[in-house]
Design a binder for this molecule. Structure first.
Ligand code: ADP
Ligand code: ASP
Ligand code: MG
Length: 413
């Protein structure tokens, strides 16, 4: 008998029919003799719908109210699933964040989990109930409702698995596992049997939304084995785990894209010490993460600064930057939301060169212009026009031969 956490994403609970199917799967796991904690997302499209309602009221919604609003999506699916389980004869109880004491910091809209009280869940499990938890939400010490950022139910699930010492955390979604790239835009994408925490972390943070980045961080830190698999078909999934000998040793392990960023340029910024701090300080104070930054060489005492932020933070960031630009005497602030970041990821890049050149050549062959570049020792990212995203991903996947079984370019041992 094991303790298993099962998380079901939006599409997996997208209709009453689907919720009943999920209940059958959970019931099977329970009947096999396991203790089961289930984490659910909102029904597909519901979180987007709630966010757009907020934006119909105002451009930059108050974050406290936003969290109360968007957390309701999960509050619907949790009791529905508990009801479906009960109608199958399975004892079940649903809970929303505050009831189980899932505490977060105060960073509304992207809060981090700081503590989970497990007493209530353990008591319910010991009494034989399946515990169904509404994902994505938590509570601050002041009893304010928070949410964990888009895709945050993954993090609820992995954090619960860690806090409860679960044997496995299963992430059920609408694809069969983690692929070399998004299988929905690249038909040649290949499902991986296993992936290391580090590679998964990099893929997630660069846009593979199959797992929220924070969930992988927690899984890695506490050694939670995570299995990503389909809720639609019975097929082996992908195990996210510690790096081991059996894993493919490769140069490039995947291609990712992120269409969820926007670019902001501040032109003719007076080029003097402290100006970057002046520009980015107010963004940091408001919890806005800046991703890529480019500063052009100054010719006449002025410089152009370009950077990217997530689309969720875009309006807020733009308002703040316009204010700062005025104060520091910059010329203009130009925004572009039609961009995408495509990245090539692989831990093997640490010891090899030439990947960047190969990537740039591949994009050039397709006539795709690169607007920004950033590199780390295990990834290369390029910002391009969003309309070329799919083409870029497929081209890069082909270029690095990721479709071949064991054919991801071999690293020398
Ligand atoms: P859920 O609602 O179950 O949380 P998400 O939409 O958040 O599902 O994540 C699953 C989606 O992630 C897939 O439908 C797929 O389009 C996308 N995806 C992006 N990159 C990858 C990848 N490398 N492997 C698998 N899926 C990926
Ligand atoms: N419902 C939330 C979202 O759509 C959280 C999640 O699904 O993981 O982002
Ligand atoms: Mg998700």
């Amino acid at each position: 008998m094991a303790l298993i956490v099962q998380k079901f994403g939006g599409t997996s609970v997208g209709s009453i029919e689907r919720i009943k199917k999920v209940a059958e799967r959970v019931a099977r796991t329970r009947r096999e003799g396991n203790d089961v904690v289930v984490v659910v997302s909102a029904m597909a499209g519901e979180t987007d719908r709630l966010i757009s309602l907020a934006h119909e009221i105002c451009k930059v919604p108050d974050e406290r109210e936003y969290d109360i609003l968007v957390s309701t999506g999960e509050q619907v699916t949790a009791p529905l699933l508990a009801m479906a389980l009960k109608s199958l004869g399975i004892k079940a109880k649903s809970f929303i964040g505050f009831q189980i004491g899932l505490f977060t910091d105060r960073a509304h809209t992207k809060a981090r989990i700081v503590k989970i009280e497990t007493d209530r869940i353990k008591k319910e499990l010991s009494e034989g109930a399946v515990v169904v938890v509404a994902g994505f939400q938590g509570i601050t010490e002041e009893m304010e409702i928070t949410t964990l950022g888009r895709g945050g139910s993954d993090t609820t699930a992995v954090a619960l698995a860690s806090a409860l010492g679960a044997d496995l955390c299963e992430i059920y979604t609408d694809v069969e596992g983690v692929y070399t790239t998004d299988p929905n835009i690249c038909p040649r994408a290949r499902k991986l049997k296993k992936i290391s925490y580090d590679e998964m972390l990099e893929m997630a943070s660069l846009g593979s939304k199959v797992l929220q980045t924070r969930s992988v961080e927690i899984a890695k830190k506490y050694g939670v084995p995570v299995m990503v698999r389909s809720s639609f078909v019975d097929a082996p999934g992908t195990l996210v785990t510690k790096e081991d000998e059996e894993m493919e040793k490769v140069l490039v392990s995947g291609v990712t894209y992120n269409k969820n960023e926007a670019k902001i340029s501040v032109t003719r910024v007076p080029d003097r010490p402290g100006i970057a701090a002046r520009l980015f300080g107010p963004l940091a104070e408001r919890n806005i993460n800046v991703d890529m930054i480019i500063q052009n060489i100054s010719h006449d005492g002025y410089t152009d600064m370009t950077f990217t932020v997530s689309k969720e933070d875009f309006q807020k960031a733009l308002e703040i930057v316009k204010e700062t630009a005025k104060e520091i005497g910059a010329e203009d602030v130009i925004a572009d939301t039609e961009i995408a970041k495509v990245s090539v990821v692989g831990t093997g890049m640490r010891s090899h060169s030439g990947v960047a050149a190969k990537m740039f050549q591949a994009l050039a062959r397709e006539g795709i212009n690169i607007m920004m570049i950033s590199t780390s020792e295990i990834k290369i990212s390029c910002v391009i026009d969003a309309k070329y995203t799919e083409l870029a991903v497929r081209t890069l996947h082909d270029t690095f031969e990721l479709h071949k079984e064991g054919g991801r370019i071999e690293e020398e041992r």
